[in-house]
Design a protein around this ligand. Structure first.
Ligand SMILES: Nc1ncnc2c1ncn2[C@@H]1O[C@H](COP(=O)(O)OP(=O)(O)OP(=O)(O)O)[C@@H](O)[C@H]1O
Ligand SMILES: [Mg+2]
Length: 263
């Protein structure tokens, strides 16, 4: 227990540029992680459907899953950032559905990280109780293992690292040495898992650009009616060195009998 408590304790200080971090061991598959059973009806009300193999609406996420996993595997990538040009395109819904779709594959496991300091939504969309998240870890107020929850539904399980609102200085945290240390720890200690990061939009601030060098691949979500071609081109300028595995076009209303995205 002591080794768990010591794991990933970050030094206490408010300045994200100068805070030293002490990283010990995080525990993949640790029995000490909190476990929560997700509620299928609640998930459905949040447009989270990909946990259910017989729900036809999940099929689009399964197709996306297959395409994304092939790219990630072929290139040996582990970190996938989900972002968009502007707000409200469906990134968080896509991140949750993609994670749950991947978790249905017996040989796959996922850690879903909410990396949106302005509008963290992953815990809300999955119905997880709020008690700490990434910002607490960065500030040295919580260990990584104490804020990660194992969320199960049916036979599937995902690990979730929830987000917390950062009222100011979010891009400084994104670019901080502490963030770098936490991400390196995640990479090392959860190396068997695909790590999906639910990010803010790219063009509404510099949070994404600040942490982009740490990401290995990007999934870009475009919202019909909200994302213009010029927006996508602007994003591409920032994505010259980070490969885009897929562009998901979300909120396509002409897909019959479905309010879910098409790509
Ligand atoms: N395909 C869709 N059809 C209709 N509504 C959708 C679709 N995808 C997401 N939504 C809804 O749009 C809203 C925004 O979705 P979501 O939070 O996933 O977007 P986001 O891109 O993460 O937003 P933000 O930029 O604030 O992070 C939510 O109310 C969600 O339920
Ligand atoms: Mg979001």
């Amino acid at each position: 227990m002591d080794s768990i408590r010591q794991a990933v304790e970050l030094a206490r200080a408010g300045n994200p540029h100068s805070t030293p971090v002490g990283v010990a061991r995080a525990a993949d598959e640790s029995p000490q992680l909190k476990t929560v059973q997700l509620d299928a009806r609640y998930l459905e009300s949040m447009r989270i459907v990909a946990h259910d193999p017989i729900d036809p609406r999940g099929g689009l996420y399964d197709m996306l899953r297959t395409q994304v996993l092939r790219e990630m595997d072929d290139n040996g990538w582990q970190f996938l950032a989900i972002t968009s040009a502007t707000a409200d395109c469906g990134k968080s819904v896509t991140a949750c559905n993609l994670a749950l779709s991947i978790a249905r594959l017996a040989e796959r496991s996922v850690l879903l990280v909410d990396l949106d300091f302005k509008k963290p939504k992953v815990a809300e969309y999955l119905g997880l109780p709020g008690n700490g998240g990434l910002l607490s870890v960065l500030k040295g107020e919580a260990s990584l293992t104490s804020v990660i929850t194992e969320a199960g539904i049916g036979p599937s399980k995902i690990l979730v690292l929830p987000g917390e609102v950062c009222k100011s200085g979010s891009s400084e945290w994104m670019a901080s040495q502490n963030m770098n240390t936490v991400l390196q720890t995640v990479k090392r200690e959860f190396r068997s898992r695909l790590v999906i990061f639910d990010m803010p939009p790219m063009l509404t601030g510099d949070d994404v650009i600040s942490v982009l060098p740490q990401m290995e691949a990007v999934l870009l979500v475009a919202g019909v009616g909200t994302t213009s071609l010029a927006d996508i081109k602007e994003c591409r300028k920032h994505l010259k060195t980070t490969p885009v595995v897929r562009v998901v076009v979300n909120r396509v209303t002409e897909v019959k009998d479905s309010y879910y995205g098409y790509y």
